[in-house]
Design a protein around this ligand. Sequence first.
Ligand code: 5GP
Length: 181
Amino acid sequence: MHKDLEEILIPTAELNAGIKKLGERISLDYAGRCVSLVGVLKGCVLFMADLVKHLSIDTRMDFMMLSSYSGAQSTGVVRTILDLKENIEGRDVLIIEDIVDSGLTMHYMLQNLRTRHPKSLEICTLLDKPSCRKAKVPIKYTGFTIPDKFVVGYGLDYNEIYRNLPYIGVLKKSAIEGKKT
Ligand code: 5GP
């Protein structure tokens, strides 16, 4: 385990099994269709790369980059930093997110993407922290529901570090304070 972690919340084997199950469900639900996956950068990268390997349907992949967080605290303000390259009008769109916390980011995404008239629009998140919700968002696919703890690893960062860890871990308070800029 990385020295800055308090505990491993979701070990690699559990992540893999959960993501396989998600992939199988999505493949069944979208059978015979081509799904346009919209990954939310950068946190989605490891999750999306592993999830698509379990999809037996055709996919398109595109990405958006938003910002709502600075360090371990949400600023509550969501901005688009990088927009989609493809037109999603008339397409079955599935948003791929690392974690839904306050829900403000997904609320913004849904509002933003709806204006482009997709045929369908759903959310798939690896992690859900329902106790922190400020905006109600309908999540169709959830990998794991977790308690109100600041987690890193498997795509999730703290000031851009820890994304490469192959598991989800809880960051020590001392690591948060010690690295604040
Ligand atoms: P929301 O808008 O739902 O509050 O937050 C969504 C974004 O905040 C996620 O995409 C993620 O980047 C970041 N975030 C929320 N909770 C955590 C957490 O526990 N750890 C990390 N590393 N990022 C988080």
